[in-house]
Ligand binder design. Structure first.
Ligand code: ZN
Length: 247
């Protein structure tokens, strides 16, 4: 079974389309690690697409904020503006869908899914010391997480931790990771709709755990088309600009 691992789409339909096109014929089931909406101009389109294709989806902090499940005072002003705009745009059935999304961790075919960390769905795991407790308590050998918008991850083998970075400056579309017996993995497919690791291309992963391999992909998409839609609907300029830099 090949799983398409999607995360942090953030209402960017153009990026999601590019990912689905690149991944065509390479996966059997899709899953989503949360943050379907927030920041981008296409919340209904993305929510509907994920409802259609994903067999397991968990909620992210933006989904919760848009659905009114959390107050979002700690969001910065532009993120807050996007939450309010998104809430107004969403059709009631899509809003209801976001509200009903389960919280991670959930277990699916051979791996576990979380948005933030194993212990806290809202925690950002962006350093080894933050990854360690989750690796020690990992529900399964392979855990996929999102939230940081940084493709890569962390490993634990005995007492030894490792950091996985897939520097794609070379322009390679994908990096292959072999899953080794006796090692625990916390893996981030990266963000589709708003990457923050310096590479503006949409990020995702394809896992084939029977064959013990995870592929980390990058795919270019028409960023300017998304930026002009954002400008047209009045989303904050800073959110549109950052897409060009992947920051
Ligand atoms: Zn996110």
């Amino acid at each position: 079974m090949r799983h398409l691992i999607l995360s942090d789409i953030h209402a960017n339909e153009t990026a999601l389309d590019a990912v689905l096109e690149a991944a065509k014929g390479r996966w059997d089931e899709a899953v989503c690690l949360g943050d379907l909406v927030g920041y981008g101009p296409d919340p209904n389109e993305v929510t509907e697409r994920i409802r259609e294709i994903s067999v397991a989806t968990i909620r992210g902090n933006h989904d919760k904020a848009v659905a009114g499940l959390t107050d979002f005072e700690e969001f910065n002003p532009v993120a807050r503006a996007a939450v309010l705009w998104t809430r107004q745009q969403l059709q009631p059935r899509n809003l209801e869908y976001l509200k009903e999304l389960p919280k991670g961790p959930i277990q699916t075919d051979g791996f576990s899914m979380i948005h933030g960390s194993v212990h806290d769905e809202d925690e950002y795991v962006f350093a080894p010391e933050l990854a360690l407790p989750g690796l020690q308590d990992a529900p399964l050998q392979v855990v996929f997480f999102g939230h940081t918008h940084i493709q890569g991850g962390y490993t634990l083998r005995g007492k030894e931790m490792g950091v996985l970075q897939f520097k794609s400056a070379s322009g390679n579309p994908l990096a292959r990771l072999m899953i080794e017996e006796g090692t625990t993995y916390l893996l981030n497919p990266g963000s589709i709709g708003q990457p923050r690791d310096g590479d503006p291309r949409a990020a995702f992963a394809i896992a084939n755990l029977q064959e013990r391999v995870v592929e980390f992909w990058r795919v270019a998409y028409d960023i300017e088309a998304v930026q002009s839609r954002m400008t047209r609907v009045g989303l904050p300029e800073a959110l549109a600009l950052r897409l060009s830099f992947g920051r």
